[in-house]
Design a protein around this ligand. Structure first.
Ligand SMILES: Nc1ncnc2c1ncn2[C@@H]1O[C@H](COP(=O)(O)OP(=O)(O)OP(=O)(O)O)[C@@H](O)[C@H]1O
Ligand SMILES: NC(=O)c1ccc[n+]([C@@H]2O[C@H](CO)[C@@H](O)[C@H]2O)c1
Length: 198
């Protein structure tokens, strides 16, 4: 299992490219597990608290991850993917789950399952610019980036760094192709290592 984070760093872009390059891989994206807007509380400034774990159905996300772990072949088939045969012997096949999200390392039960952890980072101004070209549901209200998203990012990142080690930090300013090539190489080495271990 591999993972990525930080809002607008390029997680979805990199995860989708990686999935295309790696046979028998699939993606679970944390953004698919946001609670309904009515269940997300506001802070004292009237900003909806979307950038915290409580805004997400992490129990549902975990149960999807667990069903992949129990039977990755069935999980792939249910999503109209593979499985593809890449080795002569079926029992040496490696299945890869790419988990992408902005708050995946802060959720301990999930964090402890990863074989590789990647964190794509970009500076404040680039993040703000990329985010302003996106439309979420609901859309960011004026001042949301400065008033909620960035302060929560700093808080969540600090918490993450105090509990998680072994993260590979990636520079999200690099071209998409370069990021893909670097992660692909690293992941393929890990897959070979896992195949030999089994
Ligand atoms: N390496 C890159 N260089 C420049 N722009 C990029 C790069 N990767 C992604 N982008 C652009 O940045 C924006 C955000 O990318 P993407 O949706 O992949 O980020 P994300 O981290 O999944 O965002 P979020 O999870 O917060 O919605 C998109 O417009 C995308 O085209
Ligand atoms: N339902 C959604 O997908 C949604 C709603 C409101 C805000 N967001 C933002 O998504 C980012 C993570 O990708 C977070 O920074 C949220 O603010 C998502």
């Amino acid at each position: 299992m591999f993972s990525f984070r930080m809002t607008n760093g390029g997680k979805s872009t990199l995860s989708r490219s990686l999935h295309q390059q790696i046979p028998n891989s699939c993606i679970i994206a944390q953004d698919s597990y946001f609670k309904d807007d009515s269940a997300v509380p506001e802070d004292s400034n009237g900003f909806k608290q979307y950038d915290i774990l409580d805004a997400l159905h992490m129990d549902t996300m975990m149960s999807d991850v667990d069903s992949w772990r129990r039977d990755p072949e069935t999980f792939l088939r249910q999503r109209g993917l593979g499985p593809e045969r890449t080795t002569p012997s079926a029992d040496r096949e490696v299945f890869v789950l790419i988990v992408e999200g902005f708050l995946i390392f802060n959720y301990r039960p999930l964090n402890e399952l990863f074989d590789k952890r990647y964190f794509i980072q970009i500076p404040y101004d680039v993040c703000k610019r990329r985010r302003s070209s996106r439309v979420y549901t609901p859309p960011d209200p004026p001042g949301y980036f400065e008033g909620h998203v960035w302060p929560m990012y700093l808080k969540n990142r600090q918490e993450m760094e105090s509990i998680v080690s072994g993260i590979v930090f990636l520079d999200g300013l690099k071209p998409k192709e370069e990021l893909l090539a670097a992660v692909c190489k690293d992941v393929c080495q890990e897959i070979e290592r896992l195949r030999e271990k089994d």
